[in-house]
Design a protein around this ligand. Structure first.
Ligand SMILES: Nc1ncnc2c1ncn2[C@@H]1O[C@H](COP(=O)(O)OP(=O)(O)OP(=O)(O)O)[C@@H](O)[C@H]1O
Length: 266
């Protein structure tokens, strides 16, 4: 377990017009660990992730990657650092096969033609590294895959590019029990292989099953970052719903400032 975060966000503020959505947010993410990012609807989880992945610019604050301050102005900047996001809609193309999806937009070429053998080999190696053996053929169209298999392909696509930080947005939201278990096993394996994983989830069973640390956002403020083993389900529910947990001895996030449900300062 490394002590220096691979990714550290400090003092991040982000507004949309007059509405401030993120207030002085801190987040640290470590290699080899699953960090669960929790918070109620509208707490700011997606906005924070979009700031880190170059979709939104930030108003103020710093982002350090591998101990160096970085500016992430576009998704390409994030990808170049090794930050990949797997969104809920997965952005897979149903009419393409697994290999085509994994290399979509970043195809390998041999001269003027696509280098299919190399892409197929790299895709197979990545799935093998992740111990994914449930897909029958790499040339299967994605439309024929189950929800869990689709999630697996989307995750494999994200880790294909020597990524160091993989952010998963509700990866089990649309899955049944057995497929959820498979995807959670995969999430754990990613971290065990040395990746830093950020898991956005509303499902505290999932969070407690796979995460090493929990970061809790409440109305755009990071109210706690803690070791999963040191908190209970009830304490995390309290943090998500009220921004504090008396048991943890944590004060309510900046008690001098009150925020409305849309993040606007009251
Ligand atoms: N592009 C935008 N323009 C204006 N307001 C926005 C924009 N994106 C997000 N917001 C607002 O920012 C706040 C935080 O939204 P965000 O989507 O980050 O929350 P979340 O924690 O991811 O919620 P959920 O769990 O429902 O996905 C919400 O009040 C939302 O309406």
């Amino acid at each position: 377990m490394s002590s220096t975060p691979i990714l550290e966000v400090s003092g991040l503020n982000k507004s949309f017009g007059p509405v401030q959505v993120l207030h002085d947010v801190h987040l640290s993410v470590h290699a080899g660990q699953v960090t669960a990012l929790v918070g109620d609807n509208g707490a700011g989880k997606s906005t924070l992730i979009k700031c880190v992945s170059g979709i939104h610019g930030i108003d103020s604050g710093t982002i350090h990657f591998d101990e160096e301050q970085v500016r992430i102005a576009s998704p390409r900047d994030a990808a170049n650092l090794g930050i990949e996001v797997v969104y809920q809609d997965l952005a897979l193309c149903d009419n393409l096969d697994i290999v085509q999806n994994m290399f979509l937009g970043r195809e390998k070429r041999s001269g003027l033609v696509l280098d299919e053998p190399t892409m197929e080999q790299l895709a197979a190696e990545t799935l093998e590294t992740l111990a994914v053996r449930t897909v029958k053929s790499l040339r299967q169209h994605v439309s024929s895959l189950s929800g869990g298999q689709r999630q697996t392909v989307a995750i494999a696509k994200a880790v294909l590019w020597n990524s160091k930080v993989v952010i998963l947005d509700e990866p089990t939201a649309a899955l049944g029990v057995a497929q959820t278990a498979q995807v959670l096993e995969l999430v754990r394996r990613l971290a065990d292989n040395g990746l830093a994983v950020v898991l956005i989830s509303h499902n505290l069973n999932d969070v407690f099953a796979v995460s090493d640390r929990i970061a809790a956002l409440y109305l755009g403020q990071m109210v706690a970052e803690m070791e999963t083993a040191e908190v209970t389900n009830t304490q995390v529910v309290e943090l998500i719903t009220s921004g504090s947990s008396g048991d943890l001895g944590l004060p309510r996030a900046d008690s001098s400032t009150e925020y409305g449900l849309n993040g606007a300062q009251l």
